[in-house]
Design a protein around this ligand. Structure first.
Ligand code: PHB
Length: 395
């Protein structure tokens, strides 16, 4: 069931029929609604974030397969566009799905810059959209819309709690470093705000262009600045490389912190270099709950690899859509009722149960994690039921 593998740009995948699924008899609505539901993925299947797009796709399809492979009783057609994590192509790629394919739903993207372009299009078209990763605050802030939901996090939400953790651990003078784009700047900004509020100080903020992975000169500078700690936002292959380079530069004596994307999905490949890395995130592989254990086992069986936070977000995006579509019995025309049902959802996620805020963001626990003996250990909950302030959203 390796769904994403071998998927070419704009390839069309169709959900397999599931034996034993009940036959859906449409009664309430027009014949058009008996057609397949079109779900468009706007995700990276190439570049720095390729593995993230694949994990979201896998998690999404796994959740559906577990529930009979349908949405509100209707078969599903998937259409996938490789967004290449390229913000400049965000609107155009979104339009391929919205106008070109006339999809019922959009799911994606990973990159915050792509999300901002996407939101501009779907606010106009009214297409119900689930942001399955990108943490851009504006998408559920000033640009929020009734038809735009998020099942992931905001960049602020996963980083803010670490500011206080750092000071509590005596790491007061901190260098921050990230890619220069919305996700990195919002994550680092959230961390810095709480660091300063808690009595700490930003020694220097270092920004590098996305998706550059040449960190050496900056690591040399960090060594000379001798901070108490370093906080970074990197993800995907950039996170893998940064953590390895940090260790290779001999900086392991300076505690390394980040949003959990720094190690999630790449921990195994980081090996000993990741030892001790301290992160905050809305998920952790090791969460000892029935939902997480069974999710991880099923994912491993299906895809022969470990699940990560991105797979969880894909899984929960499908849960949200299934909730909405079963409430309206597959009638995508009943948009208000569909949106109302999605707003009321209570998702039993592998991350823990969460609900959605008024701005359509998850209200969720943020875990404090640390790599110990190659394992991501959960040290506790850094902030319980944390909601993004969603400043500027009028819903
Ligand atoms: C983002 O661009 O919002 C982003 C990308 C990768 C992550 C987290 C956030 O792991």
């Amino acid at each position: 069931m390796n769904f994403a593998k071998g998927m070419s740009r704009r390839s069309v995948l169709t959900a397999g029929a599931v034996a034993g699924a009940s036959v859906f008899v449409p009664t309430r609505f027009a014949i058009g609604n008996t057609a397949k539901v079109k779900v468009g993925f706007l995700l990276p299947y190439s570049g720095t974030y390729a593995a993230l797009g694949e994990a979201i796709t896998n998690g999404f399809k796994m959740a559906l397969a577990e529930q009979g492979g349908k949405l509100g009783g209707r078969e599903i057609q998937f259409i996938a566009v490789d967004d290449e994590s390229n913000p400049a192509k965000g609107p155009e790629n979104t339009n391929k799905l919205v106008t070109g394919e006339n999809v019922d739903f959009v799911v994606g993207p990973v990159h915050s810059g792509v999300a901002l372009g996407m939101v501009k299009v779907v606010r106009e078209s009214g297409t119900i959209t689930i942001i399955a990763n990108a943490g851009a605050g504006a998408a559920t802030g000033p640009l929020c819309a009734p038809n735009v939901f998020r099942t992931s996090f905001t960049n602020w939400q996963d980083a803010y709690p670490m500011g206080k953790v750092a000071v509590d651990r005596g790491l007061k003078n901190v260098v921050t470093m990230t890619w220069k784009y919305a996700a990195g700047e919002e994550a680092v900004g959230g961390f810095e705000a709480n660091l300063i509020k808690s009595g700490g100080k930003v020694v220097k903020q270092i920004l590098v262009p996305f998706p550059q992975e040449e960190f050496q000169a900056h690591l040399t500078e960090i060594a000379s600045l001798k901070p108490d700690g370093v906080f970074v936002f990197f993800a995907g292959s950039g996170a893998l490389k940064f953590v390895k380079d940090y260790a290779a530069a001999g900086l392991k004596s300076i505690p390394l912190m980040g949003s959990g994307f720094l190690t999630d999905g790449v921990l195994k490949d980081q090996g000993a270099a990741a030892e001790g890395v301290l992160t905050t995130l809305h998920y952790a592989d090791a969460l000892d709950t029935v939902e997480n254990r069974s999710f991880r086992a099923a994912y491993k069986r299906a895809f022969a690899k470990e699940a990560d936070v991105y797979a969880v977000q894909g899984y929960d995006s499908a849960q949200l859509l299934m909730d909405g579509m079963s409430a309206v019995k597959g009638d995508t025309g009943a948009k208000d009722a569909l949106i109302a049902a999605m707003e009321k959802t209570v998702i039993k996620s592998p991350r823990g149960t969460f609900t959605l805020s008024k701005a359509h963001n998850p209200v969720q626990d943020i875990y404090l994690r640390q790599v110990k003996n190659g394992q991501e250990v959960v040290l506790g909950v850094a902030e319980k039921a944390l909601a993004d302030p969603a400043t500027g959203c009028k819903l």
